[in-house]
Write a protein that binds this ligand. Structure first.
Ligand code: 1CP
Length: 344
């Protein structure tokens, strides 16, 4: 069997047509996702129902024929497995019990105590490994320690990660210990996903952009480097995608500094700049503005072609610069896929 396209790009091959998948490809923009979520009851019940989580993972593969499927789960399941309380406020987003004092941190579980809670997620992965089409790659994921910590400290999503920055400034010891625990637990979580069938893992550092200077080095680069080194030691040859969203100039050298096989680019950097400065070190992923999934039309086609062309001289995985939003139109997704596959 020829190797899956996504794995070939991750191994550094320049392909005539880039493989394509889409962040949040299983999600609320799809009517079949909304129907399955209603059947599960709510979002978290869907995450922990292995059959239904596998079903929503497969839905966008059936509809669009993407080159990769990403496990349906959430980055906040790991804090929950560590003992944080987690719930979703309808129409608002996630809420967690907060970690602000050494005692809150001390009450959490250890890195090896997460697997009972996460067993249904591993079962979802095993189902997917069996049921995916043979040409489709299977991606596991976790949040990067800084991004996950930003939710745990604040107890919710925040525009500027203010509470996490404040804890980092006021009590660096407690903050660093939280990052340490998350780094270790993320290694165990991702490693278990690989054992269950993930062929690639992706580390989502959605809020990396708010770390500056030495903080970026200490809390984005260093934990990613440790996680990637540990995973590759346990699973030789495992490809890793890192997404330090809005890292801007710090995208340069990120792959070399962390050992990532591919850096995922958000849409705030130009594809032409990234081809010259980031793709020179290896595979890149991205970076169409997700708003085109709402607006569609010639703008979508032109931008898609421009990005494919800009990255044509090296290994590239086509994706959005961030997740598709609930108001995205499935017809526009189909148009993007068609355009990528015709572009060269
Ligand atoms: O009501 C719903 O159905 C919930 C919407 C939703 C979905 C579809 C959430 C809540 N999570 C998910 C699934 C999810 N989350 C996946 C599944 C695979 C896929 O992409 O299809 C993945 C990879 C994630 C990762 C995730 N969750 C990130 C990192 C990527 C990113 O978008 O930056 C983050 C930051 C989260 C937290 C989260 N979960 C859900 C929401 C609405 C949020 C963001 C909350 C906030 O910051 O306010």
């Amino acid at each position: 069997m020829t190797k899956k396209l996504l794995l070939r790009a991750l191994a550094g091959e320049t392909l005539p047509t880039p493989p394509i998948w889409m962040m949040r490809q299983a999600g609320r923009y799809l009517p079949e996702y909304r129907a399955t979520r209603a059947k599960a009851g709510d979002f978290l019940s869907l995450c922990y129902n292995s059959d239904l989580a596998a079903e929503v993972t497969l839905q966008p593969i059936r509809r669009f024929g993407f080159d990769a499927a990403i496990l349906f789960a959430d980055i906040l399941l790991l804090p929950q497995a560590l003992g944080a309380e987690l719930w979703f406020e309808t129409g608002e987003g996630p809420r967690l019990s907060t970690i602000t004092r050494p005692a809150d941190l001390g009450a959490l579980k250890g890195k090896d105590d997460i697997h009972d809670r996460l067993a249904p997620v591993y079962e979802t992965m095993r189902i997917l490994a069996r049921e995916l089409p043979r040409e489709t790659a299977l991606i596991g994921f976790a949040g990067a320690p800084w991004t996950v910590a930003s939710y745990m400290v604040a107890g919710r999503g925040t525009p500027d990660q203010g509470p996490a920055h404040a804890l980092k400034a006021a009590d660096r010891k407690t903050f660093s210990a939280l990052i340490e625990l998350l780094t270790e637990a993320t290694i165990e979580y991702l490693s278990a996903q690989v054992v269950a069938g993930a062929e690639v893992v992706k580390l989502f550092d959605s809020w990396a952009g708010s770390l500056k200077g030495q903080d970026f080095t200490d809390f984005a680069l260093a934990p990613a480097a440790r996680i990637i080194a540990a995973l590759k030691a346990r699973h030789p040859g495992l490809p890793v995608i890192a997404f330090p969203r809005e890292a801007g100039p710090r995208y340069v050298g990120f792959a070399r500094a962390t050992g990532a096989d591919c850096v995922a680019l958000d849409n705030s950097v130009s594809a032409e700049w990234a081809a010259a400065n980031v793709q020179k070190d290896g595979c890149v992923q991205g970076n169409l503005d997700p708003r085109h999934m709402v607006t569609g039309g010639q703008g979508l086609v032109d931008e898609t072609r421009r990005i494919v062309r800009a990255f044509a001289k090296g290994p590239h995985i086509f994706n959005l610069g961030h997740g598709i939003t609930p108001d995205g139109n499935p017809d526009n997704v189909a148009l993007m896929v068609e355009t990528v596959r015709e572009a060269r």
